[in-house]
Design a protein around this ligand. Sequence first.
Ligand code: BGC
Length: 258
Amino acid sequence: MHVLGIDIGGSGIKAAPVDVTTGKLLADRQKIETPRPALPDPVADVVKQLTTAFSWSGPIGITFPGVVTDGVTRTAANLDPAWIGLDAAALFGKATRNPVRVMNDADAAGVAEMRFGAGAGEQGTVLMLTFGTGIGSALFIKGILVPNTEFGHIEIRGQDAEKRASERAKELHDLSWGKWAGRVDEYLHHIEALLSPRLIIVGGGISKQSDKWVPRLTGIRARIVPAALLNDAGIVGAAMATVSESAPDTSGASGTGH
Ligand code: BGC
């Protein structure tokens, strides 16, 4: 089964067709910069361009960097507020003329890591955290996703955690690896106190350089491992969730209004 996976991020929108039974990309991924401001129509236009670039006709899985319930985007901490309460599945369906499923970006990355990557076979509580423009989270128990957790937004020192410890915070404040790892460490201690995960998978672009910061995380009981699928996890997970019978149930209460 082949599905087009599209990963909408704060800086780029990436796509590739995926074989969902193996988790492998069937062609090189293509990337287009996220329009600024990242309003729904220009973003939908990029999604359409990427669909056309692969001459795609068939199911499409799309990630979004915010809470998504029943195809409706509920929060947009790092995109334009125009997304809040929008039927994104309907918008992308109309733009691409294909059946689409929309889910949270970290949830998608986590689903892919649990099946094909660093979390494969792990039965205990697993937390995937993505460090990028924000901090995304995906929580699993016995391999089952609890959708739309937002652990990037816990408060630390009176601030939204992702404002202190995301990859963007590192760039913005020009933090050394040591300084930034200190902030991540403090963040993980809070997370561990709340959830006691057995395994923490760290993803996002910065996980490529995990040797620079993961060894500096001290005193966390959970095993901490870098994501195995790196940049492709979102694309693969979005595609998998679109066809899987165990696709995360993204229905539920409306979002938290970040
Ligand atoms: C959003 C999450 C998202 C994360 C990573 C956060 O600001 O609230 O929904 O998963 O950024 O993009």
